[in-house]
Design a protein around this ligand. Structure first.
Ligand SMILES: NC(=O)c1ccc[n+]([C@@H]2O[C@H](COP(=O)([O-])OP(=O)(O)OC[C@H]3O[C@@H](n4cnc5c(N)ncnc54)[C@H](OP(=O)(O)O)[C@@H]3O)[C@@H](O)[C@H]2O)c1
Length: 355
């Protein structure tokens, strides 16, 4: 007998509220498919989806009861039922899934998989609606779920910085230097060797960040004021912490030549404030927008071909610093979510949930 279907949902106004709701299987409409979620990754990125759920539309991907939200995650799913003429039961896909046992989709078949066309997803970034077909079982599936969307972001930021001559910076300062997305960017900047790579992190994570070998300097947040850092400086902010942003702008003043706002790992801190700061104004970076731009610039397959040169190197390197931890079932999903939400998890852990 198949296992019960459920959705893991969180309180939109209190992310510590959680519930597991039974999700009875509905009949499929003509053209739809039902996918069983096999596994998904959970990192601070998914918490940011929830924090910005209303403002950036992340709650719209998967319908939930009033006041509750289903957080999107990245992972693998297999077709369990199909009323689509070109998609067969048993086919596997990689892409955006809910923290649930199942999801339904209204696919349009593409050369690489399918595009999800459910009407409530039409206004959302195209990159989130693309599902890649997977032949059999791939190498490094857990690392793919954990790092693919994050390293794609790291790679796109690196590309944007290179495209702009790094704004003339001698150093790039990264906050939440222990986050996987920051680690990916440090990895790329270090290999290019054009700027000093400076990591800001919490004191408890400094030794881990140092051990990576990709940062030229690792500075605990409180040490920013006294540290010698080559100027001019570009700031890439993964923390989204207003106090830290202000400290960075006041420390470097006009020598701050770019401020790239990427994330909000410090989601409980005062949110980012962008006004009245000395130095370059904060500029929001959104990976799907950069993907769209580069797809237009480089034509079909251009982005994928370039990314394919960097990705295997990073994946191979990740086994050095990331330990994949698999957790099974709804209780484990809840505990993992709370561990990531409250930063109980250590930065070398990579959580994969199997619902
Ligand atoms: N704009 C975009 O398109 C885009 C795309 C991808 C990712 N991002 C963003 O990049 C950020 C990093 O995501 P990730 O998945 O790579 O993170 P991750 O690996 O899960 O990051 C873990 C680190 O984040 C910090 N952190 C996490 N939770 C915290 C909490 N509750 N309080 C304080 N610090 C906390 C800690 O770093 P420290 O101790 O070093 O501060 C922790 O070691 C996210 O905000 C994500 O949304 C943005």
């Amino acid at each position: 007998m198949s296992k019960p279907a459920w959705d893991f949902i969180v309180g939109k106004s209190d992310l510590h509220q959680t519930r597991v709701d039974a999700a009875p299987t509905a009949d499929l409409a003509e053209g739809d498919i039902r996918l069983r979620v096999e596994s998904f990754a959970l990192t601070a990125n998914n918490i940011t989806y929830a924090v910005y759920g209303d403002r950036m539309g992340y709650w719209k991907f998967y319908p939930a009861p009033e006041g509750w939200g289903r957080i999107p995650v990245w992972g693998y799913a297999v077709v369990e039922a199909s009323r689509h003429p070109e998609i067969a039961v048993g086919q596997r896909f990689f892409g955006y899934v809910p923290m649930s046992t199942h999801m339904t989709a209204t696919p349009r078949k593409t050369a690489t998989g399918f595009f999800e066309t459910s009407p409530w997803r039409a206004e959302l970034a195209a990159a989130y609606n693309q599902y890649r077909a997977v032949e059999g079982v791939e190498a490094h599936e857990d690392e793919q779920s954990l790092l693919y969307p994050l390293f794609m972001t790291s790679w796109l930021i690196d590309d944007m910085l290179a495209d702009n001559g790094c704004y003339g910076a001698a150093s790039v300062v990264l906050s939440s230097a222990s986050s996987k997305t920051a680690i990916g960017l440090a990895h790329l900047l270090h290999r290019a060797g054009k700027v000093k790579v400076i990591g800001l992190t919490s004191p408890g994570n400094a030794a881990f960040v140092e051990s990576l070998g990709d940062y030229d300097q690792v500075i605990p947040y409180a040490g920013l004021g006294g540290a010698a850092i080559d100027e001019p400086v570009a700031y890439v902010d993964f923390a989204g912490n207003a106090g830290l942003r202000s400290a960075v702008h006041h420390r470097f003043g006009e020598a701050l030549v770019h401020d790239c706002v990427v994330g909000g790992t410090h989601w409980e801190a005062e949110p980012e404030s962008h006004h009245g700061l000395p130095g370059a104004p904060p500029t929001f970076f959104f990976a799907p927008d950069r993907i769209k731009k580069r797809r237009e610039d480089w034509g079909p397959g251009g982005l994928e071909a370039r990314f394919a040169e960097a990705w295997p190197v990073f994946i191979a390197d990740s086994t050095r610093w990331m330990k994949v931890e698999r957790r099974n079932g709804p209780d484990a999903v809840r505990q993992t979510y709370l561990d990531v939400l409250d930063a109980v998890a250590s930065p070398d852990q990579g959580f994969i949930c199997t619902p």
